[in-house]
Design a protein around this ligand. Structure first.
Ligand SMILES: O=c1[nH]cnc2c1ncn2[C@@H]1O[C@H](CO)[C@@H](O)[C@H]1O
Length: 324
C-alpha cells in the first residue's frame, strides 16, 4: 500500500526557557513530524529578556540559528509588572545555573505577537502554537488580529490544573497563574485550543535512571540536558520527595506532534482572575443546562487533555534526545 507523506506540521514554540522548555525545544528539533518555524519568548521560568537570550542560546547549541526568535511581552496583558518568576525551579539563569556564554544571535525586530499574527496569516490553518509559558503573547495576538483565533491551526497550551491541585498553590498552575487574564482570553477566543494540564503532565516522569541513560548516550542534546537537569531534580526532590522530574513541556510538545498520545474531552474553560483562587482553571462539561445565565454560557469549547500514554511519551523523549 502506498503511504502519503504528510508535510511536517509548522509549529511555533512560545517559551520561557526553562529546563523542561529546553528539553521540549530539542525534542521538537528532532521530530520529523514537525517543522519549527520560530520561537517566541515570554516570562515565567525567567524574565522575558533572559528567555530570549536562552532561546537564542539553545538554537545555537542545536546548530539551528536559521530559526527566528521573536521577543514577547515583558508585562502581563493587564500591563502588570509584578511577575512571578520560577527561578527556584530552573536556577537563576533558567538553565540550571550553568552560566553559559551569551548567544551571538539577536531576536528579530518583530514582537512575538506580531510574528504569530504574520505566520498565521502566511499559512492559514496550518500553524500550531505550542505555548509553554504564560499566555500573554497569544492573547496579544488575538487582540492584534481579530481573525487570529480562526486562522491559527491549533494552540496547544501547557497549562492548567483540571480537577487537581495547582503547583503554585492549591488553586493554580504556574503558567495560568502567570497571566490569568490572558489565559481566559485564549480559552474563550474560539480558537482550536488543546490544554494539557498538570493533571496529565504529572503522569510523565523522567527518573534518575533515565537521566543516567541520557548521560551514557552519545547524544549531543542528551549530554547538554544532563548538565542542566541537576537543579530541576533538586527542586522535585525538595518539593515532591521525588527521584525524578515531571516532563511538563515535552509532554505538551509531543501532544502537538502526535495527538494520539493523549485523549481529551471537550467543554468550556474559564479562568479565575482574582482572589485566593486566582489562576484556577474551571472546566464546564456542558452536561447540564443551567437555569441561570452563567459566565460560561455561549463561550466556545476547547479540548482538555484527560489521559496520556506516558510510557510512549517517555520513550519518544529518550529516543529523540539520545539520537541527536
Ligand atoms: O512549583 C512551580 N512553580 C512554578 N513553576 C513551576 C513549578 N513547577 C513546575 N513549574 C514550571 O511551570 C510549568 C508547569 O506548571 C513547567 O514549565 C515547569 O517548568
Amino acid at each position: 500500500m502506498e503511504t502519503t507523506l504528510q508535510p511536517p506540521k509548522k509549529i511555533i514554540i512560545d517559551t520561557d526557557p526553562g529546563i523542561d522548555d529546553a528539553m521540549a525545544i530539542f525534542v521538537a528539533l528532532r521530530s520529523p513530524e514537525v517543522e519549527v518555524i520560530g520561537l517566541t519568548t515570554i516570562y515565567g521560568n525567567v524574565y522575558t529578556t533572559l528567555a530570549t537570550r536562552n532561546a537564542l542560546h539553545l538554537l545555537e547549541v542545536a546548530g539551528r540559528t536559521d530559526i527566528p526568535v521573536a521577543e514577547g511581552s515583558h508585562v502581563t496583558i493587564t500591563k502588570g509588572t509584578k511577575l512571578r518568576i520560577a527561578d527556584f525551579v530552573h536556577g537563576a539563569d533558567g538553565l540550571g545555573n550553568q552560566n553559559f556564554p551569551p548567544p551571538e544571535g539577536k531576536p528579530i525586530e518583530q514582537s512575538a505577537a506580531a510574528f504569530l499574527v504574520q505566520q498565521a496569516n502566511l499559512y492559514p490553518g496550518k500553524v500550531t502554537v505550542v505555548a509553554l509559558g504564560p499566555l500573554t503573547n497569544i492573547a496579544l495576538a488575538i487582540q492584534l488580529d481579530p481573525a487570529f483565533a480562526k486562522i491559527i491551526g491549533q494552540i496547544v497550551v501547557l497549562g492548567g490544573a483540571f480537577a487537581v491541585n495547582g503547583n503554585v498553590n492549591p488553586a493554580a498552575e504556574a503558567n495560568i497563574f502567570g497571566d490569568p487574564d490572558a489565559a481566559d482570553i485564549v480559552f474563550t477566543s474560539g480558537a482550536d485550543v488543546l490544554a494539557v494540564g498538570i493533571n496529565v503532565t504529572h503522569q510523565v516522569v523522567l527518573t534518575d535512571t533515565d537521566r543516567d541513560k541520557l548521560a551514557q548516550s552519545g547524544g549531543k542534546f542528551a549530554h547538554y540536558l544532563c548538565k542542566i537537569l541537576d537543579v530541576y531534580f533538586s527542586y522535585h526532590r525538595d518539593s515532591y520527595c521525588m527521584k525524578g522530574v515531571y516532563l511538563h513541556d515535552p509532554t505538551a510538545l509531543l501532544a502537538a506532534v502526535n495527538p494520539s498520545l493523549i485523549t481529551y474531552t471537550e467543554g468550556i474553560v474559564r479562568v479565575q482572575t482574582i482572589g485566593i483562587t486566582r489562576g484556577l482553571t474551571l472546566f464546564y462539561n456542558k452536561q447540564k443546562r443551567f437555569a441561570e445565565v452563567t459566565e460560561w454560557l455561549d463561550k466556545p469549547s476547547v479540548k482538555v487533555a484527560v489521559t496520556v500514554d506516558a510510557p510512549s511519551v517517555l520513550k519518544l523523549v529518550m529516543e529523540r534526545l539520545t539520537d541527536s
